[in-house]
Design a protein around this ligand. Structure first.
Ligand SMILES: Nc1ncnc2c1ncn2[C@@H]1O[C@H](COP(=O)(O)OP(=O)(O)OP(=O)(O)O)[C@@H](O)[C@H]1O
Ligand SMILES: [Mg+2]
Length: 304
């Protein structure tokens, strides 16, 4: 460590996670801390921000210095700034521009000091407003991980994981949920592979409306994978909770209950006003209706 310190290139774990809400940023950080058995402190960054002059800086310094102390004592510590854009962005509720700048500078300084001193403190930050994040804060993080809405492979796994949780709660689960999901997945796979061979490139459901055209040609059925296009992991969790409530009276979770509950909760993508998520998608462009002028570029699930 001494040698590394002399090079002024001390490695440090500073990780910025960014992407739409409900895609697993907080869960991943918690999971990381749990996996390596490292204590973690999750800070809701907006709670550090104070309208009182100087208080924001004091709060930021306080939390980082305290974490650094614990890290030294315990050998490792994870400090997680959730919604980090609350510090020093237009969204923050500090109204005095000078104070925003001072808060950002103070944040950078404490991080630099911790890094320089080689304190075993991992600093994670998460945001779903990455464009509003001060670029100096962005650069301070060594690693940047982008999160996005899950593709159909991942949606299948997430749905199965949640349905298996319901099973554990000793609620009867109809096998048709799994078998219909598998059948639909196979259809997706066959369509994607055929197109891949024909076009000679990888196919993404987010960028290629051709995949949806092919799937629609093959099957008129509305399955769970189609329905949950543009859903986050969190949306699927919400849908499962609704389904569980509906299934409690009959003590049986059927495919119909599960499907209608998923439909009821809806996906985040259509609510999130973000130009970057899925906006390059031809599907979205093709399917965005002219009547939705004000909501132009909103990611929309395909109407299949
Ligand atoms: N990829 C995933 N796999 C399984 N579950 C997921 C996934 N993504 C999200 N979830 C579920 O959604 C819930 C919420 O996710 P989480 O809070 O980590 O999202 P987030 O990206 O931090 O959202 P926000 O930006 O709103 O803070 C989790 O508790 C988890 O159950
Ligand atoms: Mg979060």
């Amino acid at each position: 460590m001494e040698q590394l310190r002399d090079t002024k290139l001390t490695p440090n774990l500073t990780v910025l996670l960014y992407g739409p809400p409900g895609t697993g940023k907080t869960s991943l950080t918690r999971g990381f801390a749990k996996k390596y058995d490292i204590p973690i402190c999750i800070v809701e960054s907006d709670r550090l921000v104070s309208p009182l002059l100087g208080d924001t800086i004091k709060n930021i310094r306080g939390v980082v210095e305290l974490s650094a102390e614990i890290a030294k004592e315990r050998g490792a510590f994870v400090l997680f700034f959730d919604e980090i854009d609350a510090i020093g962005s237009e969204r923050s509720n500090i109204h005095e521009v000078g104070e925003i700048k001072r808060a950002v500078i103070s944040f950078l300084q404490v991080i630099d000091r911790v890094n320089y001193e080689g304190v075993p403190l991992a600093i994670f930050g998460a945001t779903n407003h990455q464009h509003q994040l001060d670029s100096a804060i962005w650069r301070r993080f060594t690693f940047h991980f982008e999160f996005n809405f899950p593709n159909y492979h991942l949606r299948k796994l997430i749905i199965e994981a949640f349905v298996n949780k319901v099973k554990k709660a000793k609620i009867g689960v109809d096998d048709t949920i799994f078998s219909n999901l598998n059948d639909e997945y196979e259809e997706f796979q066959v369509s994607a592979k055929e197109l891949q061979n024909k076009l000679g490139r990888n196919i993404s459901e987010f960028d290629d409306s051709v995949l949806w055209d092919e799937i629609t040609k093959r099957s008129k059925n509305e399955g769970l994978l189609k329905l949950t296009y543009g859903y986050s992991g969190s949306d699927i969790e919400r849908g499962t909770k609704v389904a569980l409530l509906k299934a409690i009276s009959s003590e049986r979770l059927t495919y119909e209950i599960f499907y209608s509950s998923m439909r009821l909760v809806g996906g985040t993508a259509i609510h999130v006003e973000r130009q970057d998520v899925l906006s390059s998608s031809k599907i979205i462009a093709n399917r965005t209706k002219a009547s939705e002028k004000g909501r132009k570029n909103l990611p929309r699930p395909p109407e299949i």
